[in-house]
Design a protein around this ligand. Structure first.
Ligand code: PEP
Ligand code: MN
Length: 256
């Protein structure tokens, strides 16, 4: 077990200087996952996202494939030798998710779920901690401390937009937090412009803005046919769209 770490010492290692995580919002079926991972792998991207357990606002919306989704993730992981990022919502699913996920995601809605935070704090596993829907930076860092105090300081923060009065976008991407996190902590922080904007046409400019602000990476939702996606199609880019975003992100990152 690691020694107790505080906010100034906690830090994770990412094996690229830019961590790009991409994939569909939800694991929908084998074919979507297989074609998406094949495409991302061809670009050299090895962190794949996909939710098997989905925290949907409406109980009538697609809730994810659950264990069947984990099985699909396991298959593509073996086939393509990629790293899997997937959300955990319930402590009872920890074992199943940890068998396949290289990074466990705590979603925005669960940032305040202290029993869940403590439980992932006892794991020997990277944790992607998304910012709560209306969480201040202080509250977010305190959530990270709930994890690190249990011994796991392998934490990456993810800004995914906050609630404001603005309704044109799904959330307001708070890029202020990137330099603030950098000034206050040693934690890595990545940005999710998909949930941060809710709008496909804003993913590229906000990805570039995030990198310019100093983000350590991005998490982007991508789908072979976004209009057919079972969740978050409006904010998912297709393969061509992703390629163009990725090309410009790399160009900017090299320039910086
Ligand atoms: C997600 O990444 O799939 C997700 C549900 O995001 P958030 O928790 O930020 O809403
Ligand atoms: Mn989503």
């Amino acid at each position: 077990k690691r020694v107790l770490k505080n906010r100034d010492e906690a830090g994770t290692v990412i094996d690229n200087d830019l961590m790009i995580i991409a994939g569909p919002c939800s694991v929908e079926n084998y074919d979507v996952m297989d074609s998406t991972v094949a495409f991302l792998k061809s670009l050299g991207i090895s962190y794949i996202r996909g939710g098997a357990f989905k925290p949907r606002t409406s109980p009538y919306s697609f809730q994810g494939l659950g264990d069947k989704g984990l099985e699909i993730l396991r298959e593509v992981k073996l086939k393509y030798d990629v790293k899997i990022v997937s959300e955990i919502m319930d402590v009872r699913d920890i074992e199943g998710i940890c068998e396949v996920a290289d990074i466990v995601q705590i979603g925005s809605r669960n940032m305040y779920n202290y029993p869940l935070l403590k439980e992932v704090g006892r794991l020997n596993k990277k944790v992607l901690l998304k910012r709560g829907l209306s969480a201040t930076i202080e509250e977010w860092l305190s959530a990270a401390e709930y994890i690190s105090l249990e011994g796991n300081d392998d934490i990456i923060l993810c800004e995914r937009g906050i609630r404001t009065f603005e309704t044109y976008t799904r959330n307001t991407l708070d890029l202020n937090c990137v330099p603030v996190i950098k000034q206050k902590t040693k934690l890595k922080v990545i940005v999710d412009p998909s949930h941060g904007t809710g709008r496909r046409e804003l993913i590229k400019p906000m990805s570039l803005a995030a990198i310019a602000a100093g983000a350590d990476g991005l998490m982007i939702e991508i789908h072979p046919e976004p209009e057919k996606a079972l969740s978050d199609g409006n904010q998912s880019v297709d393969f061509e769209g992703f390629k163009s975003i990725y090309r410009e992100v790399l160009r900017l990152h090299r320039y910086l």
